[in-house]
Design a protein around this ligand. Structure first.
Ligand SMILES: *[C@@H]1O[C@H](CO)[C@@H](O)[C@H](O)[C@H]1NC(C)=O
Ligand SMILES: *[C@@H]1O[C@H](CO)[C@@H](O)[C@H](O)[C@H]1NC(C)=O
Ligand SMILES: CC(=O)N[C@H]1CO[C@H](CO)[C@@H](O)[C@@H]1O
Length: 349
């Protein structure tokens, strides 16, 4: 297992060979708790929700991860200095939609479009902890020739999700991938935004399709009706494929948009190009909270907001964002591995 606190997962060059202990076919709650349960790491089942592991560090920040589908349904960090100073960061709907979802779509050889693939189930491979201020769960699954690990870590002021894709086959595999987080905002559309993408180029683009999506790819890029004459300064989003440079420091996410921020693919084929920022901040002005999103391994940032479409999905507002490789696929050559990660951290305290 990767070193815990320094989060050196992405720096380790050669992978240390790990002895893979294959878990029993369908581990029961008791066996999961026996094998992996420890202070701060608790397995539970309730109703028709898949078996879930809940991580809780000493200052009470917590996270819930559904095992079979790898879906993070809740992240409640401590954000205020009062006893019960926790806020739910994620927007999650019934049926494991929203939250934080890892998307890995294998692309078909000829067209580089999504190839149909059986959705493999995740199992727990390992857990780790450093006293109780850092907790980590590693899930694993095999998909075709790909051996995939998903490492979810919780710290007092941050959480991290990292993916390691190893190609055990004989052919290169192209994947489109993203770690998409749905941030929740209490009702206030105009108070939601991101900061830190100024100077970065972007284009309108749908998200990769995913079992965790709230808006489908086609729904995401459908333009919303003009909010009308009271909305001074509103402009429709540009057409897919048209690159623009972000020139305002804060992107207000009141209206509907679906964008990929990165250097354009043409630009990226050059030796020197300006890459997307490695971090940016999600602003929840209604609650006065900021969350920093850090990108590692991935070359692109996906960002979308539902605008008035959010009304269809309950009272609260939400956005979807995270590191991605959508426009240019990641190629994993035989015997090689690829690593990518996202960290969400805050210093609201
Ligand atoms: C992977 O994608 C690249 C273009 O991005 C293409 O040249 C290559 O043929 C693809 N490889 C496979 C195995 O699909
Ligand atoms: C929503 O956010 C805007 C911008 O921060 C603020 O001016 C307004 O008061 C907020 N409205 C509510 C109901 O919180
Ligand atoms: C490690 C850490 O940040 N711990 C903090 C958790 O929250 C309590 C307040 O309830 C702080 O006292 C700790 O410093």
């Amino acid at each position: 297992m990767a070193s815990l606190v320094s989060f050196s997962l992405l720096k380790a060059s050669a992978s240390t060979p790990t002895t893979v202990i294959s878990p029993p076919p369908s581990p029961t709650l008791e066996t999961l708790d026996q094998r992996f349960g420890r202070k701060g790491i608790k397995f539970s089942e309730s109703g028709d929700i898949p078996t879930t592991v809940e991580l809780t560090v000493r200052n009470g920040s917590s996270l819930k991860l559904q095992i079979s589908n790898g879906h993070i349904s809740s992240y409640r960090p401590k954000v205020y200095w009062k006893d019960d100073g926790y806020e739910e960061v994620l927007h999650t709907l019934a049926g494991s939609r929203g939250g934080v979802g890892l998307v890995i779509n294998e692309l078909s050889q000829q067209t580089n479009s999504k190839a149909p693939s059986a959705s493999a189930e995740w199992t727990v491979k390992d857990v780790d902890s450093d006293s109780i201020d850092a907790l980590q769960v590693e899930l694993g699954c095999m998909r075709g020739s790909l051996d995939i690990s998903y490492v979810v870590s919780l710290y007092p002021l941050s959480m991290a999700t990292a993916v390691i894709v190893k190609n055990n086959g004989r052919k290169a595999v192209n994947i489109s991938s993203a770690i998409l987080s749905h941030f929740n905002f209490k009702k206030n559309r105009s108070g939601s935004g991101v900061q830190g993408l100024r100077g970065c180029s972007y284009c309108t683009n749908p998200p990769p399709s995913s079992p965790f999506e709230i808006l489908s790819p086609s729904e995401s890029i459908k333009s919303e009706d003009s909010p009308g004459f009271f909305s001074f300064g509103w402009e429709p989003e540009t057409k897919p494929g048209v690159w623009t440079v972000q020139d305002v420091p804060i992107t207000v996410l009141k209206n509907k948009l679906s964008r990929v921020y990165s250097a354009s693919p043409a630009e990226r084929s050059k030796d020197f190009h300006r890459s997307a920022p490695s971090k940016y901040e999600v602003i929840d002005q209604g609650r006065g909270l900021f969350y920093r999103v850090i990108r590692m391994g991935f070359e692109e940032i996906y960002l979308s907001s539902p605008g008035l479409y959010s009304d269809k999905y309950g009272e609260d507002y939400f956005i979807c964002t995270g590191p991605a490789s959508i426009l240019v696929p990641v190629t994993v050559n035989p015997g090689e591995e690829w690593r990518g990660a996202q960290v969400i951290e805050h210093d609201n305290l």
